[in-house]
Design a protein around this ligand. Structure first.
Ligand code: PLP
Length: 450
């Protein structure tokens, strides 16, 4: 069906409901429609080009229209687009599982597929719960979650989430959890070194586990960086400490690397920065290079084994999705992992991380930049109304969106989180594109906050 640009915009506003969007506002504004991608650029229906500064919401890895991934999907399309994974298997899912386990932190042993980050977390929650039920520790039912956590939008994932703005309204629908304080150095009253802060924050977790471990099933954490909360970075050593505490108290650790996985922090997985092996690892976003919806929940052999029994004891995992392990998505994921290996993606990323660090350092002096946080190729710039008092802009002022809107006019596509400007380009971004992103963001912050 062909339609004019005017018609498309009219139909968008007539028939579509966009995610995380106040549609009243949307319907009153012009619509930008992306028609094409090329390398690290997005091209809209009017032919305007934008550098993709947040990698199409944190999922694109090697750029758009990468020949090797395009070809892999086409080849798979020549075989079959989809066949169920319930009671049947297929080559791409098996090959991908082997590659994921080889790339993952040591100890990960089995791969369970689903189709979104939220679904990978739901899977992890149900697995952790049923693990203890199967083991006969029936009282271990509660989850520990962190303040400001984000694990997706389905109800289980929201239950272990801690972003009040997104989650409060659904309160009555959620299961009960134990909420622990999480690191946020910039807005914490704690004064001391990074190492001391790591210890201070880890102690808070230990207090909870010490008291309640007999009824705690698992702790859920975004390792290194709480993404959706506004890129809240954990102090060095915190993750390793929390891991040691969960082991000490026999509580499972679910590491949600939906955002941090696949090179974003400079290592393949964030846990590897602190030599941490979780019990359960959630992967999505970057898994297919940002091409197709796919997710995976990786577990240790210990967890997997707790579900093995004679059929009639019904200890198996009653969970799965129609599109679990979609073959096209698996083919894209294999191609993406092959690129990591053959093109030394992570090696080539290191100087770009250094450049980003120095570009961010020059922002800290700006009068309305309160804090700058970075873990590898994930960065957040927190804007404040009053730097001395750390007073945030009121969300109604939409300062983050104003800066993002101005950047869009200058050919850089970003999406903020409240007052935090997020930079999370594809790992394939070139040095000059990165330079442009940083320059545009700096001048737009300057312009909008003065
Ligand atoms: C994006 C995200 C999710 C949810 O993934 P979806 O694919 O959007 O469902 C879960 N956890 C983290 C840490 C995320 O950043």
């Amino acid at each position: 069906m062909r339609a004019s640009l005017g018609q498309l915009e009219k139909w968008d506003k007539r028939y579509v409901w966009h995610p995380f969007t106040q549609m009243k506002e949307w319907n009153a504004a012009p619509v930008v429609m992306i028609k094409k991608g090329e390398g690290n650029e997005l091209i809209d229906t009017k032919g305007r080009r934008y550098i993709d500064g947040v990698s199409s919401l944190w999922c694109n890895v090697h750029g758009h229209r990468v020949k090797k991934i395009d070809d892999a999907i086409r080849r798979q399309l020549g075989q079959i687009a989809h066949s169920t994974f319930l009671g049947l298997s297929h080559p791409p899912a098996v090959i991908l599982a082997k590659k994921l386990i080889e790339a993952a932190p040591t100890g990960m042993s089995r791969v369970f597929y689903s189709d979104s980050g939220s679904a990978s977390v739901e899977t992890a929650i149900k697995m952790a719960y049923q693990y203890w039920q199967n083991k006969g520790k029936k009282q271990k039912k509660q989850f520990v979650k962190l303040k400001n956590a984000y694990h997706g939008d389905t109800l289980g994932a929201v239950s272990v989430g801690g972003i009040d703005l997104f989650h409060d309204v659904y309160g009555p629908l959620l299961f009960k959890t134990i909420k622990a304080d999480a690191p946020y150095y910039y807005r914490d009253t704690f004064k001391g070194s990074e190492a001391e802060y790591a210890e201070h924050c880890a102690k808070k977790i230990e207090k909870i586990l010490q008291k309640h471990h007999r009824r705690i099933c698992a702790l859920v954490i975004e390792p290194l960086m709480q993404g959706a909360a506004g890129m809240l970075k954990q102090p060095k050593g915190y993750l390793a400490r929390v891991r040691a505490i969960t082991r000490k108290y026999n509580v499972l650790m679910i590491a949600d690397e939906v955002a941090t996985g696949f090179g974003r922090t400079g290592r393949m997985f964030a846990c590897q920065n602190e030599n941490v092996s979780p019990d359960i690892l959630c992967l999505a976003k970057g898994i297919t290079g940002g091409y197709l919806p796919l997710s995976a929940t990786l577990v240790t052999e210990e967890i997997y084994k707790a579900f093995l029994a004679d059929y009639g004891r019904f200890k198996h995992f009653f969970h799965g999705h129609t599109y679990s392990a979609n073959p096209l998505a698996c083919a894209a994921a294999i191609a993406s992992l092959d690129i990591f290996k053959n093109e030394k993606t992570l090696e080539k990323l290191q100087p770009k991380i250094k450049f980003l660090t120095s570009a961010l350092a020059s922002l800290t002096k700006m009068p309305h930049v309160g804090d700058v946080r970075q873990a590898g190729f994930m960065a957040g710039i927190e804007l404040v109304q009053d730097k001395a008092k750390k007073t945030p802009y009121h969300l109604r002022e939409k300062m983050g969106f104003r800066v993002a809107g101005a950047a869009r006019q200058k050919g850089v596509m970003i999406r903020p989180l409240g007052n935090v400007i997020v930079l999370m380009p594809s790992l394939s971004i070139t040095a000059s594109e990165l330079k442009k992103i940083c320059g545009v963001v700096q001048s737009c912050i300057q312009k909008e906050t003065e």
